[in-house]
Design a protein around this ligand. Sequence first.
Ligand code: LER
Ligand code: MN
Length: 274
Amino acid sequence: MRPCVTISLVPEARGGPFVFWDDLDEALREARECGFPAVELFAPDASPLQQADLKSKLRDHDLELAAVGTGAGWVRHGWTLSSPEDSVRIQGSDFVKSLIEAAAPFGAAVIIGSMQGKSPSPGERADALGRLRDSVAPLAEMAEKSGVSLLIEPLNRYETNLLNTLAQGVVFVDSLKPSKLRLLADLFHMNIEETDCAAAFRAAGDAVGHVHFVDSNRRAAGFGHLKFPPVVEALREIGYDGYLSAEAIPLPSPREAASQTMRAFQQYVEQPSA
Ligand code: LER
Ligand code: MN
């Protein structure tokens, strides 16, 4: 497992759970200074990934691009992949496609979180899930052809009524087999929705492809009341060897949230018995 830290370049997402903000160069420098080997980018669109110098900037800071979020399609344009409106779903799918294409040269994963949307009413959930599946199937196929890992993220009940738990995520992922769609397990959402986070990881097994490493209150790991040792033990048991990415509120400051994440990573992952 490797630590990772989030950077948002989306002004409309201000107040959201991202550690570093706005200034990519400064964020890369600070991420490296704190000891992170990788960053996760929340981008307004594909343009920051298409900048000719992003690869060299990452190389200069010895950083990998672990993953790219697609939530700006929702935050900035109101697009989702489950909307009853064809034109909204098509624009949402085109937006995710553009990010898959842009992420491919970096070997970065692409995340579908809030772009899953919600069902207009509980009675329409099955139809909304069907539309989500129909939208994600070609995206998963495209991702696979591009060598990109596509991730779908269960969210808590205040953000969606489609996929809330890892178990629901596994059913969704299994329904799209043989595609290699996998789950993004966000500990903040899991703390609200799961009965037992460690058990949920054990049950999801190799469907877990990425983890948002964050505490119960969405602050950096260790700044809330989540019990990390059983979670890390379960991740080890299922053989998870991906990123633990800090998608956390930048309190008391971005730098402190980043440093605290590294301290928690050392405490719970690197030296759990110390
Ligand atoms: C995105 O990763 C996420 O967790 C959602 O809550 C959207 O903010
Ligand atoms: Mn998340």
